[in-house]
Ligand binder design. Structure first.
Ligand code: PMV
Length: 347
């Protein structure tokens, strides 16, 4: 059975400790976030719904230091540079602005997910950074506030604040109204006992960032509007299917939503194509499994890797079939995981 995970909130009356460490896990969307209505505030066109995983955690510590130099950021043991450093510094600026303190930060972040391979390292990364930075700077926020903050780092990070299943509400309007109304919250799915079989067919960085691919799709794809409209129906159907604990419906909705999202990108000008021949081989194998009566359904993000949703009891059987189909890749089984949390001094 899927267990409810405690909500991620900073303890009441939490004092700014000046240093904090948080851990967060990636999430995989079953109804996708694809397209922004406000680039600056990261407000999505549609609401989305995901499952947080119990694999590939990111652990991030933030320590405040005096002085006026730049923030010092280390990612997996190496100094951050370029776009990664710029995004993290901009995020810390936002936290500093909100709490009215301008201390610099020393950030150390380690993740175990292949960065940039469509496995959402930015989701666990910014959820962990949001929680650690909020605690270190003493920013007073509840779970929704933390989700809203994480959203500013990376949209999908808003959902990794929560364990199990989470819905990110698109919210309404732009500017402060949009910002206030766009956050994630936990979705109950107590009767669903699922696994996601993850087939990493290519762990290298992607050619087009999800940010750029989304922008291009919204701006140029004639299929974007119809997908966004159908995604609203998918979300309502998905919520009902989760409440019923109906894996077949959950899987069918997730698969059609993801394939539709990739169709919008293929129709962008120029096209964005993340799916590789190995991806398609895995998709064929999952169709065969289904013909043999195994409830297995695919979803793919901004990369060639495939995640297969199935009953937990059949996950090893599905993993074996996928391994055979993608012999050069890595296949592992994930379950629903916990929300972001702070670690104590002893880790
Ligand atoms: O949060 P970003 O910018 O990494 O975008 C993630 C988009 C998808 O992973 C493709 C879909 C989703 O909802 O997570």
């Amino acid at each position: 059975m899927h267990r409810e995970h405690p909500m991620a909130v900073l303890p009441a009356g939490y004092e700014a400790a000046g240093r904090a460490t948080a851990v967060a896990h990636p999430n995989i969307a079953l109804v996708k976030y694809w397209g922004k209505r406000d680039e600056g505030l990261i407000l999505p066109v549609t609401s989305s719904l995901s499952m947080t995983l119990d694999v590939f955690p990111t652990t991030t510590s933030v320590r405040l230091v005096d002085g006026s130099g730049p923030d010092q950021v280390t990612l997996n043991g190496a100094p951050a540079t370029g776009e990664a450093l710029r995004r993290i510094t901009a995020f810390l600026d936002l936290v500093r602005e909100r709490c009215g303190r301008d201390l610099r930060a020393v950030v150390d972040s380690r993740n175990t997910v292949p960065t940039g391979a469509g496995l959402a390292s930015s989701a666990s990364g910014f959820a962990a950074l949001a929680m650690a930075a909020a605690a270190a700077y003493g920013l007073d926020c509840d779970a929704a506030g933390l989700s809203r903050l994480a959203r500013r780092g990376s949209g999908s990070a808003s959902r990794s604040v929560f364990g199990g299943f989470a819905q990110w509400h698109a919210g309404t309007g732009t500017g402060p109204e949009g910002d206030e109304s766009s956050y994630a919250e936990a979705v109950p799915a107590a009767r669903l006992d699922v696994a996601l079989v993850i087939a990493v067919v290519n762990a290298g960085p992607k050619a087009v960032s999800s940010r750029e691919a989304m922008r291009r799709t919204v701006d140029t794809s004639p299929l974007y509007g119809p997908w966004a409209a159908s995604s609203r129906d998918d979300l309502a159907d998905m919520r009902a299917a989760l409440v019923r604990g109906d894996l077949r419906a959950v899987g069918e909705i997730a698969e059609r939503n993801a394939l539709g999202m990739h169709a919008t990108m293929l129709a962008a000008r120029p096209a964005v194509r993340y799916l590789s021949p190995a991806t398609v081989t895995v998709l064929d194998r999952v169709s065969e499994l289904r013909e043999r009566g195994v409830a297995a359904y695919v979803t793919m993000d901004a990369g060639p890797n495939v995640k297969v949703l199935c009953h937990r009891a059949q996950a090893e059987q599905v993993a074996r079939a996928v391994r055979e189909a993608a012999p050069g890749g890595t296949v592992l089984v994930a379950g629903p995981g916990p929300g972001a949390r702070l670690l104590g001094e002893d880790g």
